[in-house]
Design a protein around this ligand. Sequence first.
Ligand code: ADP
Ligand code: MG
Length: 615
Amino acid sequence: MSDIIHLLPDSVANQIAAGEVIQRPASVLKELVENAIDAGANFIQIVIKDAGKTLIQVIDNGKGMSETDARMAFERHATSKIKEASDLFSIRTMGFRGEALASIAAIAQVELRTRRAEEELGVMVEIAGTRVFKQETIHCDTGTSFLVKNLFFNVPARRRFLKSENVEKSHLLNEFYRIALVNPEVEFLFNDGDDEIYRLPPSNYKIRIENIFGKNLKKRLQQQLLSIETSTSIVTINGFVGKPEFAQKSPYQYFFVNGRYMRHPYFHKAVMLAYNQLIQPSESPNYFIYFEVDPESIDINIHPTKTEIKFENEQAIWSIMNATVKEALGKFNIIPSIDFDQDGAPEISRNRTDVNILPPQTNFNPNYNPFQTTAYKRPEMDWEKLYGSFEQKGTGIAIDESDFTKTDIFSSRPEIVDQQQIIDTEDLISATNFQFKNKYILTNVKSGMLLIDQHRAHIRILFEMFLSQMKNKKGLAQQILFPEVLILDSENSLFFDQIKDELINVGFNFESAGTHIFNVNAIPSQLGSVSVISLLNNMIAGTKQTQQNPVDSYHETLALTLAEASALKSGQSLTAEEMNDLINKLFSCANHNFTPDGKTIFTIIAHEEIQSRFR
Ligand code: ADP
Ligand code: MG
């Protein structure tokens, strides 16, 4: 019997590949416009007919192609954007696979016209079903025009699969928005047949959003948005989030990373949780969020149509994202004078006690502020009296606010690292949590009932976070409206100099206002409602003390003092999400058994012990 395996002709191979890359007219639009962006164009015109089924044309004023490149561009795996495998880890362009044009040319009739600025004449190539029909020299403007006609002309089954004009058109517009929103400096013109549907002048993010979506809305979109901005060593986040009262059933929600649209359900959750209790469960806020990260820290290669992106520092970015949005919402609710929109008169009251701000709803807590811990109230203590045996040595007594003024705790820190209890975290995630006496979180684990002291758990979480911020210099700052003044004597000023940089790393900002005098104009965004000056004085005193005991690192002293000042208090009621979040974060800590000063964070009441009480 003769051999039966043979290579497929290019036309067939390209058609198969096209099935992945080109699903509908919108995919053609995306690929062509992205190529125009990659070619450095600052003007791009799009023309469609019959929702792109008969015609899609993209004209740009980018760098154009040489005669040879114009032919090469249609070969599969032909690209000018990467050369070797290692380039895959530093992608700055939209395209890199070299598949799009080969795919389009396999399933449509394509006419390319292109000229580079340094050449007098351009070139025209006509290709359909992977066959080149014509190639000639022409007169044309600098830049490139791709005309794509009769999509799927040679794949009738695919053509029949296309949806109604309205559906295909909305896909086209969605792709257009995803590119136009993140390239505001590029001018766009979008024609549907003879109608001009968008003319977007070069602008900035804010105006581009308004120009695209503004006309659909009653109120100016800009007045509905709060700006967000955070810069850390692993990510820079910019953009806008909707004010809670403008949440809607079908919101505009866009994430971009390094100039590319992305879907990211995990980061979406980080945004949504920041709105917890501020909006109705059936509604969702608008957001337009732009991430910049080192291209080496993301993998854009995981999905052929490239909208899902894997991040190296996903968890850290999650927390930064969540804190950034909370901060913006917190500022908006607390500080009336900070407003995104400077040019229009405010149309709504920013006073958060005004019920008009948020839609009235039964489960709405008007005092909720995601940014601040609520006032401390000492809880009742009868629980310990009754069940003291579950907590060792009465350490379950609530720590009150004044605790963070104590510095002596460091001298007696026990060695605890080796005594970690192993908790089955999978078991934890599926469990339902309860709060007991607004002080403990109760949850199921395999061996019994787990009780977590919420205040101590939070101290551990914040302690590790502040320590890592000191190391990585990525603390989130919160500006304060009226700077506090720190006045030091010359001795304290020496110790202050020693810790100043660490404090800046976690989010403080100081401005010299004379000899030994500083204005404090920003504080770490995690910090609760505390007296900033006495906190700073405590940290200076703590540093002094650590100097006398060289075993202790002053980093830890600072981190613990900050953590104790910021931690949620006993007596504070928590939502299900907050409890979940606390549990997840606690068990991601390097040490989750004890607070840094050696207090038990959680205890497990064995199933047997519970059973034994039911005799
Ligand atoms: P990729 O974008 O992944 O490189 P494509 O198939 O989309 O692959 O394009 C192939 C090549 O054709 C690109 O790498 C680029 O060099 C060239 N090209 C495509 N479109 C344009 C354009 N509008 N202007 C200039 N060059 C282009
Ligand atoms: Mg491309």
